[in-house]
Design a protein around this ligand. Sequence first.
Ligand SMILES: Nc1ncnc2c1ncn2[C@@H]1O[C@H](COP(=O)(O)OP(=O)(O)OP(=O)(O)O)[C@@H](O)[C@H]1O
Length: 263
Amino acid sequence: MSTESAISFSRVSRHFSRQGARESVAAIADLSFAISAGEHICVVGRTGCGKSTSVSLLLGLLPASSGSVRVLGVDPYRDFQRLRGRIGCVFQSDRLLPWRSAIDNVLMPMEILRSCNSSVRDSAAELLARVGLAGYEQAFPHQLSGGMRQRVAFARALITQPDILIADEAFGHLDEVTAGALRHDFKRISRARGQTVYQITHSLDEALEVADRILVLQRPGKVAGIFSRAQWQDSTAEHAKVKQSLRSLIAGNSENAVLEEVG
Ligand SMILES: Nc1ncnc2c1ncn2[C@@H]1O[C@H](COP(=O)(O)OP(=O)(O)OP(=O)(O)O)[C@@H](O)[C@H]1O
């Protein structure tokens, strides 16, 4: 697997022991894929196929049971210190601190990195403006709508100028119009900054809209297929077939699916 990959999983497995059960459960099994710097990958698959576990492995919250996970060439579990500030995350819930204003929430990662100064405060205000929240710097989370709070969470993920952005179902709980606008801004900003995006979603339409490639996972955490934008972006009959294959794979019916060789 290329050493230049922004993210790589090489034959990764992750098991969990279950209380009272002799056998452990496999959340991820022999998973291999590589993502280049600047690529936008969407990960889709049915519930329980290991999507969130892959995020925990990327963030170094869990060790792999076997195989190797590399983020920017670093083992995130053993050497997370080298990745501090280089990965930004947005989750389904905004995880804002209710007693802090919007701008002070955005500044949190910089405080943790001990890098807060007046120019960073200006950058935070500028970021809030870029996600559509100019004038809301001093608002507290309870004074903002769900969509606005998620925008603050995006600004917080961007403040360290990370190389990698992880979005784990970050648009899932918003209404379609709010989610669509936020997705658009997220894509615009991450592309302008050349960031690598690892986005988990339950929505194939969302993935088709924003991804450079779509990674379909099947239980237990295996690659069922990887598709690139060139395969689906037009409204030709061939591309319609690929979209149908994607839907089949996600539904767990691989017989009708056209599988691509995983590089
Ligand atoms: N901490 C844990 N302890 C035990 N089992 C776990 C743990 N975390 C995940 N699992 C199991 O691993 C499997 C994969 O879970 P994971 O949350 O990664 O799936 P997912 O694809 O993100 O699901 P969803 O789409 O519902 O969020 C599931 O069977 C789950 O029960």
